[in-house]
Design a binder for this molecule. Sequence first.
Ligand code: HEM
Length: 408
Amino acid sequence: MARAVSSVQNETTQHDLDIADLLAANIGDDRDPYTTYHAARAQAPVQRVNHLGADVVMVYSYEHASVVLREQERFSARINGRWMRPLLGRTILEMDEREHFVHRRLIGHAFRPSIVGKWEDGLIRPTVAMLLDRMAEAGHAEMVREFTWQMPVRVFASILGVPSVDYARWQQWAIDLERAAIDRPRGKKASDEVRRYFEDVVATRRQAPSDDLVSDLVAAEIEGERLPDDVLHGFLRLLVPAGAATTYRLMGNLLLALLSDPSQLEAVRADRSLVGEAVEEALRWEAPVQFAVREALSDTELGGVEIPAGSAVTACLGAANRDPARFPDPDTYDVHRTDKQHLTHMAFGDGVHRCLGEHLARLEATVAFNAILDRFSSLELDPSDMDPHVLGYAFRSPNAVPIRFKAA
Ligand code: HEM
């Protein structure tokens, strides 16, 4: 991985991020959707509602959300193809049963633990160090612009073998694909450009494999089966937003949760074994991705609600993660939860489509947070006028995390 390390170090700065562009992808500016979710869940855990302009069956309880995501013979993922395929092509997110199993095995091979482990030292640590170096002198920073958005998008671009000169373009594509639900033409343009970009990369790696994920995916073969070209390109395009934007949200939520409660921040600083707990609790407390959608394959029933075949059934992961029947005192961010129930959160989904990148996301957040604690001996929210808060309906992340610190 020597190539990736040096590209991180030589790479130029891009600070001129339009944060409004990025936040618009969250869809909605709700600070607290949870009060509504609690009220809805208490009334009926499964309900017919209008969600983003469509009639869906919305599922608010942990128990019923888990049924929707685990019982693929009743609830199909093919509905994801309706909006995703025109934008990204065919992806594993819309596949069911054997087709999903085969493709997931092929792709999962490229994310095996030995590979993810190599990324830790070769890519994640140097990227984190480089970004913290940049801000160390100033004594203050706005972490969304300068760190949480910058880090995972760069790590993922490097994982895919994107040279550092292309990072700025890559970041813009990630934002445009993220915002596709609200600006389809811009999303489609970005998607076409990513496809063209990867066509060249795939052709090159077929001829001369390198030490990167694209080479691995191109060569992946299990029992004589390889990834068909349309699925390979669908997957690569899915990874642009999936690999970067979700992890950036997790890191922002984590930072804001801990900085808003200095006693918990200092507890984690004093006992680093709590960093893992802090990451999991952040995933439970503010699920970066709030919804996962399925389609009822036949007439069925859930939580006393009759569901006709073909209905969209939406598991509200944010509501499931705050279900008091599963998590005591669910609205409190607490790194000291002793019952360990928080580890069963649904932020990465559930069942066969459970997130393929969860280990990478956890690793990035853990490495980054440990490095921040190592580098900054005192760390606090800057009392600026930025009014930092988590917001969004479909996705959740902070508008800003302004900090003041002393370098260690
Ligand atoms: C905190 C970070 C992340 C969160 C919260 C997250 C969330 C999710 C969720 C909720 C699903 C399930 C969707 C469904 O069931 O419909 C999912 C699937 C997926 N995620 Fe992530 N994700 C994160 C990071 C990543 C990363 C870093 C990658 C890239 C390696 C990734 C790649 C994927 C893929 C490929 C799937 C589809 C899996 C399948 O269909 O079998 N995710 N993610």
